[in-house]
Design a protein around this ligand. Structure first.
Ligand SMILES: [Zn+2]
Length: 316
């Protein structure tokens, strides 16, 4: 297993996560996709600049610390969605300050993965109330071993764990703005939440959507391809042409981009399902390249086509 990352690889991983513009040479891309994705994301976060993209009505998205971090500035402070990776705390704090004054009042975790919750430790110390699905508390209260990359994540310290839990749905009032938090099923994990702001027409959907990239689907912790598609269908049914859709990874999107993503998920699922039904092994299915029509659009990021095919296969 590769343990070290030189500057070129770290920059490339940052580029693959949408953190920097870089022309990617295909042989180098193939090499990086064989590396340990978790270590690669951590290495990129350790040095990556944290960028601020202002959206509308007090919303901004911060990129460069693992998953996307969303900030909604209100009169009473900040509502933050996901906390990124702790190593980039100084850069995240500086970026937050650039979005507006005020302390973090609420932090909502879209799911339990470390690249969305590792920063909870420092955010909790600022006095924020942390909200998440009950399974985020469950998984982040113990050491978690991720078999796909053979990495163990230590439990979050007790103060950094969510104290307000969501099972199916919770509605918050934030400065007179309605915030609707919902869970439907295990899509990417069994702890997924979306956060919907009806007045601003903004929705943060977490890792059920990786814009422009093949996703990780955490079949070890309750995710599967069909439920990931179900989540995408729920979002598509809810949003309109002007809705801002913020994915867990990748650029801020709209309904058309999510619909295109759905076509990819369904296209790969149908092909893998048909081959599996014929009795083909996962290696035979990978050799048949079921992702081929989508590789140019989605294959240039941290999850390689073969790896994504394995995640799909496991859920069927
Ligand atoms: Zn995730």
């Amino acid at each position: 297993m590769h343990q070290n990352f030189d500057v070129g690889r770290t920059t490339l991983v940052a580029a693959m996560l949408g953190l920097a513009a870089l022309a990617v040479h295909s042989s180098l891309l193939a090499e990086v996709q064989k590396l340990n994705a978790i270590k690669a994301i951590n290495a990129a976060a350790a040095t990556a600049e944290v960028t601020v993209t202002p959206l509308r009505d007090g919303f901004s998205v911060l990129m460069g610390s693992g998953g996307n971090i969303i900030v909604f500035n209100g009169k009473s402070g900040k509502l933050m969605i996901d906390s990124g990776i702790a190593v980039s705390q100084p850069r995240v704090e500086a970026a937050l300050a650039r979005t507006g004054p005020g302390k973090i009042k609420y932090l909502i975790n879209t799911h339990h993965h470390w690249d969305h919750t590792d920063g909870n430790s420092w955010v909790a110390k600022t006095g924020a109330t942390i909200i998440a699905h009950r399974n985020t508390l469950k998984h982040d209260s113990v050491d978690v071993h991720v078999d796909d990359w053979d990495v163990t994540f230590k439990a979050l310290p007790p103060d950094a764990r969510p104290s307000v839990l969501v099972d199916r749905e919770k509605t918050l009032d934030f400065d007179g703005n309605k915030v609707v938090i919902e869970h439907f099923a295990g899509g990417h994990t069994d702890s997924d939440l979306w956060v919907w702001f009806p007045r601003q027409d903004v929705i943060a959907v977490g890792d059920v959507f990786w814009n422009g990239m093949y996703p990780f689907i955490d079949t070890q912790y309750g995710g599967d391809i069909d439920d990931n598609i179900l989540w995408v269908d729920k979002v598509l049914a809810k949003v309109g042409p002007n809705t801002i859709i913020i994915p867990g990874h990748g650029a801020v999107a709209d309904r058309a981009a999510l619909a295109e993503y759905r076509s990819m998920l369904v296209g790969v699922r149908d092909k893998v399902a048909a081959l599996k039904k014929e009795g083909k092994s996962v290696e035979q299915i990978i050799a048949a390249r079921p992702t081929a029509p989508f590789d140019a659009r989605y294959g240039g990021a941290v999850i390689a086509p073969d790896t994504f095919t394995r995640f799909v296969y496991r859920g069927l």
